[in-house]
Design a protein around this ligand. Structure first.
Ligand SMILES: [Fe+2]
Length: 191
């Protein structure tokens, strides 16, 4: 997992349309992403679990029937942070159920932070009143974060690397067809 993660695409990512909850002056966020095609090539077991064992567990976490994404570009990706200058964008989700498989342990830094206030519109707003999830390798969590902004804090050690597998799931009441088209245009240049 670590060796796959170092091959991630590390750069400044522009803020996400529609879903970003960053302060107005934040133009980009520096982070790493192992894209879905790279995950498929390097971590095929993860793609199989996404549609197999993890899908079953997702179903237990949700009242509705859960389905994986049909579009392979955003089913499973890795988010990777290296050093102390990367973090993950403050945003809300468009999909109704997200699964995270934490792949690294962190005592300080790299926490996933959820705002209690749905109107939070910056990292500072989120930090004012929040719940914090500390990454623990092997832990798999599921949540619906369509309403509550969330982000990932930077790491505290320059030599540290944080890896998490992010899995998008859908339901009958919020199917894949509701995914904002702006998002695919932004990420993949869809027409
Ligand atoms: Fe999210």
């Amino acid at each position: 997992m670590r060796s796959a993660a170092v091959a991630a695409d590390f750069r400044d990512f522009p803020r996400t349309p529609v879903l970003s909850r960053e302060a107005a002056d934040v133009r980009h966020i520096t982070r790493g992403r192992l894209h879905a095609d790279q995950v498929q090539a390097r971590l095929s077991w993860l793609c199989e679990s996404y549609r197999g064992a993890f899908l079953e567990l997702a179903g237990e976490a949700c009242d509705e029937k859960v389905t994986p994404a049909r579009d392979d570009r955003y089913g499973v990706v890795l988010n990777v942070q290296r050093g102390t200058r990367m973090r993950f964008e403050c945003h809300i989700d468009s999909n109704p159920l997200t699964g995270l498989l934490f792949c690294t342990d962190h005592v300080n830094g790299g926490e996933l932070v959820f705002a209690h206030d749905a109107a939070a519109a910056s990292v500072a707003d989120v930090e004012r009143d929040c719940s914090v999830v500390r990454p623990s390798a092997g832990h798999l969590i599921f949540f619906d974060a369509r309403r509550y902004p969330h982000y990932v804090r930077p790491l505290t050690h320059e030599s540290d690397m944080r890896v998490v597998a992010v899995m998008n799931y859908y339901t009958e009441s919020c199917p894949e067809s509701t995914r904002p088209p702006e998002l695919n245009r932004h990420l993949y240049g869809d027409a």
